[in-house]
Design a protein around this ligand. Structure first.
Ligand code: IVH
Length: 677
């Protein structure tokens, strides 16, 4: 179909929608029923997704009415606002508990006590109180810094402004969820927002607090961030205390022991879900004891001691129109089903992931099949099963491409030495930049948030500049022809100036981000950080291969054979070397600056051998790291202490003795630690 035809079809649909809206909202005389209306909306959204040149002010993808403002001040959270990992079934919960018990070095049969709290689908907020007075309120933002939305939060009746109860801490930030009740959403807001959550978010971010005040926002409290002193020992007591202080808490919170009982509670609440007048999308389980929470700590972005058990997803029936293969930056071929757009729980779904080749074979998924599609929370929709009765007799098995759809190279399934099986994923066998699609994806990764994070340089621009042959390798980003861009569709003097500024600004980059941005397989952000911390300067990184030093990285706790093999492969490739060399000339890569080491273990290096008692390796490791120590996994001159537990490896102890390294046991480790507190 040509562009004009598509535009015409799209505009007709938009005009139709405008007419329907007018009849529905202004004249209160709907011309079609809700289902038909949703279908029309879905068609428009699907067209927009397919063709990025389609745009309209009247598109249902644009929020009507309440335009959120972007003028709030950013404020850092004193304690970051974390997110939660998800569980979908009993097995996930069993694993969650197992991991906790492992970390605490407790028997896996140990039954833990949890606070089980229905997870309200709203917007989280952090309320800072000083001497009983509500002084500032922040949105979550990116978890590290939020927006100062104090004025708007002040308008919420559920939020106490002054608390004069004796045991209320002098300083505390109380956290919870801002939301809208379904009945209020239905009454006043459903014309303007897709769902209650969007409505809460939009209302909370109004520029004028008077606009927020008009919306009946509610607040339920469930945790705290910073607190100067608190006597409370566990989460359920804290929840009780919150009500005594005047906060609303969730009436369906429960204290529960053991997974079986968690499941029972889950099913009971899921049944009640329709009766409750606010949206909940699962149950949050938190290890009840604050002591244990403290010991467990966090992994990356979420606590080890909590998990969100999502309610079973919304399902819908649709037809597979096509199966497309998407290529990732590491060459993985991901099949995606293009399905007839359907509305599942308020969201229009037109794509469903098919995961990998094995999944297609296992479920025998074919083009033309009628399928059940599931969408759970923010996870990509997937296909649960094929309705075989509705299968067309002429349908044919889907054949997975044996050659890369982009570069034509053979596709392969790698052997995984850990699982001792072939991978479920098929990959393009080209090395990185030899395959066009992989290159585009690599460049997208290069500019992405955790990597170079170039403002305004998103995936669409990468695609566009690639098509126009303006970029072929990451370094081309820094040599763009801005004069040419100025003449291009959609660009103006200001936007080009902004782009230039954003790119120039990122020439100054941290070493760890630089390594991560290269997109080396198996080197994610955490590994990039470890490597940067060890190598310290970009020169050392570039010299890794020249000096045959890649194997030395095995010494880093966290880097294993998989990473080493991948790094070796990376450095063998000439284009990769050229990318690094060119970038090094253009960029100012900062050397790694050691964090100020104020813990007792500042700059001390530790290693373990043998089994510890009462705590797992993981816990001991996190304890040492909390006190600014470093762990390595091989005896070397650098080592300061070898910590020995039960049945240590003789070879390691002897090597340490030879190098005159201090050998200590767990008791001595704790003594060293106690000096710190
Ligand atoms: S605790 C580290 N408790 O879920 C603890 N969160 O994915 C994180 N949420 O951003 C917060 N109900 O918006 C917690 N009872 C509850 C919750 C809850 C809803 C939301 C909250 C948070 C998200 C985490």
């Amino acid at each position: 179909m040509d562009k004009n035809k598509i535009k015409k079809e799209y505009n007709q649909k938009i005009q139709n929608l405008v007419k329907l809206n007018k009849h529905y909202y202004d004249l209160s005389k709907p011309l079609v029923n809700d289902n038909e209306y949703d279908q029309i909306k879905a068609e428009i959204l699907s067209l927009e997704k397919q063709y990025n040149f389609l745009k309209s002010e009247n598109s249902p993808s644009k929020v009507v009415g309440f335009k959120p403002s972007k003028t709030f001040k950013k404020v850092f959270h004193r304690v970051p606002m974390l997110s939660l990992s998800n569980a979908f079934d009993e097995e996930d919960l069993v694993n969650f508990e197992k991991k906790i018990n492992n970390f605490l070095d407790q028997k896996s049969s140990n039954v833990l006590e949890y606070s089980a709290e229905p997870k309200i689908d709203g917007i989280s907020a952090s309320l800072i109180y000083k001497k009983g007075k509500f002084i500032m309120g922040l949105s979550r933002g990116d978890g590290k810094a939020g927006e100062d939305i104090t004025e708007n939060l002040m308008t919420i009746n559920d939020i106490p402004k002054n608390i004069s109860i004796k045991n209320f801490p002098d300083e505390i930030d109380i956290r919870g969820e801002v939301f809208i009740q379904n009945k209020d959403f239905e009454k006043n807001l459903k014309d303007k927002f897709a769902n209650p959550r969007n409505a809460a978010s939009g209302s909370l971010r109004q520029k004028n607090p008077q606009d927020t005040k008009k919306i009946p926002l509610k607040f339920i409290a469930y945790t705290f961030g910073y607190v100067d002193k608190i006597e409370i020992k566990n989460q359920s007591d804290y929840l009780n205390q919150l009500s005594k202080w005047g906060f609303k808490t969730n009436p369906f919170n429960n204290k529960i022991k053991g997974i079986k009982n968690l499941m029972k509670n889950y099913h009971e609440i899921e049944k009640k879900r329709n009766e409750i007048d606010f949206d909940i999308d699962g149950i949050v389980y938190k290890v009840n004891s604050f002591d244990l929470q403290k010991r467990l700590g966090n992994v990356a972005n979420s606590p080890r001691w909590a998990i969100a058990h999502k309610f079973s997803a919304n399902k819908g029936i649709s037809k597979i129109l096509n199966i497309e293969i998407q290529l990732g930056r590491t060459g993985a071929l991901t099949p995606v089903a293009k399905i007839k757009p359907i509305n599942i729980g308020g969201v229009v779904v037109s794509n469903a992931t098919l995961h990998n080749e094995d999944e297609i074979i296992r479920k025998d998924i074919r083009i033309g099949d009628i399928v059940i599609v599931e969408r759970a929370g923010d996870v990509i929709p997937h296909i649960i099963e094929v309705d075989l009765k509705k299968r067309n007799r002429n349908s044919q098995k889907y054949i997975f491409p044996l050659n890369c759809p982009s570069c034509g190279a053979k596709t392969i399934k790698e052997y995984n030495s850990i699982t001792k099986k072939k991978d479920a994923v098929r990959r393009c066998s080209s090395e990185g930049y030899e395959c066009d699609r992989m290159t585009v994806e690599k460049i997208k990764h290069f500019v992405s948030k955790e990597a170079f994070n170039i403002d305004g340089f998103g995936k669409k621009i990468v695609e566009n500049f690639w098509k126009l042959k303006m970029i072929r390798l990451p370094q081309d980003i820094f040599g763009l022809n801005y004069e040419k861009i100025k003449t291009m569709d959609g660009w103006g003097l200001q936007s080009v100036a902004n782009l230039k500024y954003a790119i120039e600004e990122k020439k100054n980059i941290s070493f760890e981000k630089f390594i991560y941005a290269l997109g080396i397989r198996h080197i994610g952000f955490e590994n990039a950080k470890l490597i940067a911390k060890t190598l310290k300067s970009p020169e050392n990184f570039i010299n890794l291969s020249k000096e045959n030093k890649i194997d030395d990285l095995l010494n880093i706790d966290g880097i294993g054979e998989t990473q080493i093999t991948s790094l070796k492969k990376f450095f063998l490739n000439k284009t990769n070397l050229k990318v690094i060399q060119d970038l090094q000339k253009i960029l100012k890569i900062q050397k790694t600056i050691e964090n100020k080491k104020d813990g007792v273990f500042g700059d001390k290096i530790f290693m373990f051998t043998g089994k510890l008692t009462g705590m797992s390796r993981a816990e001991a490791k996190s304890l040492i790291e909390k006190n600014s120590g470093t762990i390595i996994s091989n005896v070397s001159k650098k080592l300061d202490y070898l910590i020995i537990g039960e049945k240590p490896t003789k070879r390691k102890v002897e090597a340490a003795k030879e190098l005159k390294i201090k050998i200590i046991d767990q008791l001595e480790l704790h003594k060293l630690l106690n000096k710190s507190s």
